[in-house]
Design a protein around this ligand. Structure first.
Ligand code: ATP
Length: 459
């Protein structure tokens, strides 16, 4: 492979490694081979259709983003099947000497104990501000007195707002104080995959032992259980066993337990037994403090004025903020140039456009949809149920969920409905749009109109 290929793809892999759990990275990203980079085109290959389909469905946008971050340009990426890539599917690693954190290991997937907790996710590197103060205090309490304060601790919030970092900070804290504690961090998706593997290999007893004979269980993105009855059943028993033996459980999710319409009521109630706490969006001061801390940790030489500018402009979530910082830093180190605000705007135009979109409100959506269907805005928030009103109302609810970062209950308030109605409308419209090209077009037209109306509202 030539150097150019190595650089871009290897750098992109580093980015992905920082974002994905070790398990997911090993299973899905480490097996990809970069075949060629020509101009703006990149050819990637995997060993079989199974990898190709799964990657395209689940990780392609992330891969594209990582490549864009490191190359500084949008590349056309194709993923193909090449059976010679079988060579790149890594064998299971040899068992390692026991690590200070005694993590349970089984023959599921590629497991290296050190992968389970990211050592950078600590309380020391976590910046506290108004939006995360309470969640942070609860996490500290759980870390200092596991299972005696909040059990389970349920942390929820939007994408990239620091749920994983905070959860793993608890784990790292306990691991330092009690090196012999058996701590297990996993994502809900991995938990499900391991369970399926265990079922296939008649290994359920080992799976149960792995998750039930530990001192602390952390599961990320527990909303993945929503609508999956069988794994819910399994998790229910794991939860009970750990809870009854006074083991700390920490869960994260992008929504509250009661917002998971497909979650068994007995699990909802268990998730609410301890403390359910929200991570909100940080204010500009916290964003600035986070950027300064990251720049310091990464040893980046970027002026405070630029960091302040980024904190001001990128407000949707912290992962995007970090991505912006890394993109600017990568550009500076590759070109050996300092950058000014104009250059940053050029470099980050796609991200900054998206940020402007984040300013979209439910009110603008309601006005746009009402105008499009020749209705009054009050029709969308009112009680009438005739189809010519109910359907546009559902579309407006769906757009409110997809175009804003508001939670179901907050959107519900603005339609004078409860969160379940919004969730139902969102699912109905999403489902119908899968097969209905007319509806896909209407949604796309409405999205354009909403964006334009939003720009007008800001000006
Ligand atoms: N308060 C904070 N202080 C410092 N860094 C933070 C803070 N909050 C988030 N981050 C950083 O932002 C990035 C994204 O955080 P994290 O992965 O924990 O978010 P998340 O809410 O779990 O995202 P997702 O919803 O995608 O699972 C991480 O690199 C993390 O270190």
């Amino acid at each position: 492979m030539d150097k150019n290929i190595c650089n871009i793809w290897e750098e992109a892999c580093k980015q992905l490694k920082g974002i994905l759990s070790g398990d997911i990275y090993d299973r899905w990203i480490a097996v990809i081979q970069c075949m060629e980079i020509k101009g703006e085109r990149m050819r990637l290959a995997v060993a079989n259709d199974f990898y190709k389909d799964w990657l395209e469905e689940n990780y392609f946008p992330m891969i594209r983003k990582a490549v864009m971050v490191v190359s500084g340009k949008e590349m056309e990426i194709s993923l193909e099947v090449d059976s010679s890539c079988f060579d790149s599917v890594k064998p299971e690693p040899e068992p390692e000497a026991p690590s200070p954190i005694s993590l349970p290991t089984l023959g599921f997937g590629n497991k290296k104990p050190s992968h389970n907790l990211n050592p950078n996710y600590t309380f020391e590197s976590y910046v506290v501000g108004a939006a995360n103060q309470f969640a942070h205090a609860a996490a500290m309490a759980a870390a200092n007195s596991p299972s005696r304060t909040y059990n389970p601790l349920f942390i929820y919030g939007g994408v990239g707002l620091g749920k994983t970092h905070l959860m793993q900070a608890i784990g790292n804290h306990i691991a330092t104080k009690k090196p012999r504690a058996k701590i297990c961090y996993t994502t809900c998706e991995t938990f499900l995959n391991e369970y399926i593997d265990a079922l296939q290999n008649n290994n359920v007893a080992a799976f149960r032992k792995k998750y039930r004979k530990i001192d602390m269980l952390m599961i990320d993105d527990i909303q993945f259980l929503d609508g999956k009855a069988r794994i819910q059943e399994e998790f229910f028993h794991t939860f009970n066993t750990l809870f009854e033996s006074h083991k700390q459980i920490v869960l994260t999710s992008d929504r509250t337990p009661s917002e998971m319409a497909g979650l068994a009521p007995r699990l909802i109630s268990r998730f609410e037994w301890g403390l359910v706490t929200e991570l909100g969006k940080p204010d500009v001061e916290t964003r600035t403090a986070i950027l300064r801390k990251k720049a310091e940790l990464l040893n980046l030489n970027i002026g405070h004025d630029l960091l302040d500018y980024l904190a001001e402009r990128v407000s949707s979530n912290i992962r995007s903020l970090e991505g912006a910082l890394i993109r600017v830093a990568t550009f500076m180190s590759l070109t050996n140039q300092q950058v000014d605000v104009q250059k940053v705007e050029e470099l980050l135009h796609d991200l900054l456009d998206k940020e402007s979109q984040a300013a979209i409100s439910v009110d603008v959506i309601q006005r746009t949809v009402a105008e499009h269907f020749d209705l009054r805005q009050s029709d969308l928030t009112g009680k009438r149920r005739s189809r010519d009103i109910a359907w546009p109302r559902q579309i407006a609810m769906h757009l409110s969920r997809t175009m804003t970062t508001q939670s179901f209950p907050v959107i519900g308030e603005q339609f004078s409905r409860n969160h379940a109605t919004i969730l139902y409308a969102h699912e109905q419209v999403s489902e119908k749009a899968k097969a209905d090209r007319g509806l896909q077009q209407t949604i796309s037209i409405l999205k354009d109109k909403v964006s334009k109306n939003c720009v007008k509202a800001v000006q």
